[in-house]
Design a binder for this molecule. Structure first.
Ligand code: ADP
Ligand code: MG
Length: 358
């Protein structure tokens, strides 16, 4: 196991500046997820850690070693891709043994390592099967098995679940998290899916256009997003953003929407952010037209419209509502997120408020 230290890493592909001074620390044993929209540079950064991509500038350190000039095979990392290709003519056991054989590992050691990885992954009964005789999830587990037998310092995953169907993805998410709890090896995991990031990570690194927007635990990012981008990216359904301006002790948005502010709110608030679960239905709040009702079973999602703005509301109740009817909404003030005209969070006005207090 080892930490990963990334300092001011730059990547140029010809004229294209793909990574613009990335700094991040991944502690020994931590599960770190790199998340961001497609094209933001996640795979590039992961491949640079693996040694598959040159580093234009900056330092990457694994454990105590600067690895900038080390070949991939000398870095002691194992990479699992989205398109993990298993060798079709080899059994599960042979697929998992292959890298160790190449390293001339003694037979009995290979058997031990493959046996224990198979046990961890629930593949013991499938060792003699060929890839074509496996389900998608089982194949994914074999791909992970190939990485585990190498007993690397760091696991690198690049969107390993994106080829699986939704149900299997959720199941594999749990399996990978359990695997990490058992092995405690440092994991750097790339995904564009914020739900995967939230559910799996100890620490999330949010990227956009080759820069890091914020680093923090899932709930830190959820409760205190540093800017509008992170606020809108983390959380599903996404945070509601309402443009407007402060007047006295209220935030005045479009017609009818006078929103309550935490006391002492800055004048330079330009955007009022409120998560769907923090808009409460009551009799006294601002009026909104019901557009669509989405019963989810454990909750009800309602899309409403105020003047030209659509807002999403989530209630833990089973609401009986009709499209076209009017509801009244009150934001839960301690959970309001305020941003300035540059989209930056205005630091919390009331210290020590627990966002879960709703
Ligand atoms: P992500 O994994 O976040 O979707 P990538 O790291 O694959 O993004 O790519 C980041 C950016 O760098 C993209 O705009 C992509 O087109 C560009 N890029 C990636 N690899 C190369 C390459 N070999 N040559 C030129 N541009 C590249
Ligand atoms: Mg990628």
């Amino acid at each position: 196991m080892a930490s990963v230290y990334i300092n001011n890493v730059q990547k140029h592909y010809g004229a294209y500046h793909a990574l613009k001074g990335v700094c991040a620390e991944m502690a020994d044993g931590e599960f770190v997820v790199l998340v961001g929209p497609s094209g933001c540079g996640k795979s590039t950064l992961l491949r640079m850690i693996a040694g598959l991509e040159g580093i234009s500038e900056g330092i990457i350190q694994i454990g105590s070693r600067v690895v900038n000039d080390l070949r991939p095979k000398d870095r002691d990392v194992a990479l699992v891709f989205q398109n993990y290709a298993l060798y079709p003519h080899m059994t599960v056991e042979e697929n998992m043994s292959y890298a160790l054989k190449l390293m001339k590992t003694p037979k009995n050691v290979i058997a031990d390592k493959v046996g224990s990885a198979a046990k961890i992954l629930g593949l013991t009964d499938l060792l003699k099967r060929y890839p074509r005789q496996l389900s998608g999830g089982q194949r994914q587990r074999v791909a992970m098995g190939r990485a585990i037998v190498r007993d690397p310092q760091v696991f690198l995953f690049d969107e390993p679940l994106s080829n699986l169907d939704a149900k299997l993805r959720v199941q594999m998410r749990t399996e990978i998290k359990q695997l990490h709890q058992r092995l405690k090896t440092t994991i750097v995991y790339v995904t564009h899916d914020q739900v995967e990031a939230m559910t799996m990570a100890d620490k999330i690194v949010v990227m956009r256009d080759g820069v890091i927007e914020q680093i923090g635990s899932p709930l830190e990012l959820y409760d205190r997003p540093r800017n509008v981008f992170v606020a809108g990216f983390i959380g599903s359904p996404a945070m509601n953003f309402i443009p407007g301006a402060v007047q006295g002790d209220r935030f005045i948005a479009i017609d009818n929407m006078h929103l309550p502010l935490p006391s002492g709110a800055h004048e330079n608030v330009a955007t009022y952010g409120i998560r769907p679960e923090h808009l409460k239905l009551d009799d006294t709040g601002f009026p909104a037209d019901v557009i669509v009702i989405e019963p989810m079973g454990f909750s009800t999602q309602v899309i409403v419209k105020v003047a030209d703005t659509l807002l999403t509301v989530i209630s833990s109740e089973r609401l009986v509502l009709q499209p076209g009817s009017t509801v009244h909404l009150t934001p839960h003030v301690p959970a309001v997120h305020l941003f300035d005209s540059n989209g930056l969070r205005i630091s919390d006005l009331v210290d020590g408020i627990s966002r879960s207090d709703h």
